[in-house]
Design a protein around this ligand. Structure first.
Ligand SMILES: [Ca+2]
Ligand SMILES: [Ca+2]
Length: 196
């Protein structure tokens, strides 16, 4: 689990990825020029960059499953045809899972999160989130109990996970076909409710 520093050790993020092994962290320092499109060819890398570094686009190469973001740079991530896991950071991310049953984790900022084709899951892991979540085609699920000010499109199921209920607006709840609480099996029958 090495940390590869850009631009300290590697002049570009692509150069760091080329030297990385699975599980490594690419740590981008403030002052880096940014504006780099990176073909991510190594599994389970973490990319950390500060908000001052903009214009970073990460493309999961064929077969790559997991990409994790850290820091607060407004990084964009594009999944591939596999079942991807893409974890956002505190910045304003754009994340597109592409085809496959993708898992996307919201971790702050004003994000645009697109599940794409097939059955995707978006986790809202922090309170008071903002942005838009579009499940695309398939049966898509949002897991979280605080809906913040998100706009939802194409999401069929809202799942409170381990929580007892939801914080959200009527308009938000109307975005979903089904409300449930999957992590509370004893309550799930009571909590599950179909709106259609
Ligand atoms: Ca995918
Ligand atoms: Ca979908």
């Amino acid at each position: 689990m090495a940390t590869l520093r850009v631009p300290g050790t590697y002049s570009t993020i692509s150069g760091a990825v080329a030297a990385a092994t699975a599980g490594d962290t690419v740590l981008v320092a403030a002052g880096y020029a940014g504006n780099e499109a990176v073909n991510v060819t190594v599994e389970n890398l973490t990319f950390s960059a500060p908000a001052s570094v903009g214009g970073l686009q990460l493309y999961a190469a064929p077969g790559i499953l997991k990409i994790t973001l850290a820091g607060s740079s407004a990084i964009q991530v594009f999944g591939n045809g596999s079942d991807n896991t893409i974890i956002g950071n505190e910045g304003n991310n754009f994340i597109d899972g592409g085809t496959g049953d993708d898992t996307i984790v919201y971790a702050g900022g004003v994000d645009t999160l697109n599940g794409g084709d097939d059955d995707d899951v978006v986790h809202i892991s922090v309170e008071g989130g903002a942005g838009s979540i579009d499940g695309g085609t398939g049966i898509d699920t949002v897991i979280g109990s605080d809906l913040g000010s998100f706009d939802f499109t194409g999401v069929e199921v809202l799942d409170a996970g381990g929580a007892n209920g939801f914080f959200g607006s009527i308009a938000q709840f109307r975005s979903f076909g089904t409300l449930t609480a999957s992590a509370q099996p004893s309550d799930s029958r009571r909590a599950a409710r179909s709106f259609r």
